[in-house]
Design a protein around this ligand. Structure first.
Ligand code: DQA
Length: 146
């Protein structure tokens, strides 16, 4: 069975409680559950991981992420400066979808730059928690060749 990993960066463990007017009321556990349900219905294993530490995210990508068939990642603020995370992603050959709950391009200028985007296959921003499921849907289609 192929594995898809969902990787969540700093502060995303606070979803549901953190600035809900920007990030919504859905918790990370709810997002992970929805991803797991859809992935398993499509015949994939979904492994999710959250950390507030860049090194832990790199360790996960070098371990579980290494053999993954697809990657969904919301790097949180590391999006804008996390070069070690970017390098870890660049080393993978699987397709990578970068997801942001908020539309980072409508927010502060520092959020307009993603150091991850150049090594990602594509990006979804501004569609809230459903962006993760759209990313998964794209990966499933891509991996099933449909
Ligand atoms: C975010 C946007 C980032 O700028 C921010 O630092 C986050 C969340 C988003 O999902 O909209 O932590 O990645």
């Amino acid at each position: 069975m192929q594995t898809i990993v969902a990787v969540h960066g700093p502060n995303l463990n606070m979803l549901g409680r953190r600035q809900p007017e920007i990030y919504g009321h859905t918790t990370l556990a709810e997002i992970d559950r929805a991803l797991e349900a859809r992935a398993s219905a499509a015949g994939f294993r979904l492994v999710s991981f959250q950390s507030n530490h860049e090194g832990a995210l790199v360790d996960f990508l070098q371990g579980e992420g290494w053999g993954a068939a697809g990657v969904i990642i919301n790097p949180g603020a590391l999006t804008h400066y996390g070069l070690a995370l970017r390098d870890a992603l660049a080393a993978l050959s699987a397709p990578i979808v970068e997801v942001h709950l908020s539309n980072v391009y409508r927010r502060e200028p520092f959020r307009h730059t993603s150091v991850v985007a150049p090594v990602a296959t594509g990006q979804i921003a501004g569609l809230g928690w459903r962006g993760y499921l759209l990313a998964l849907e794209w990966l499933i289609g891509e991996l099933q060749g449909s």
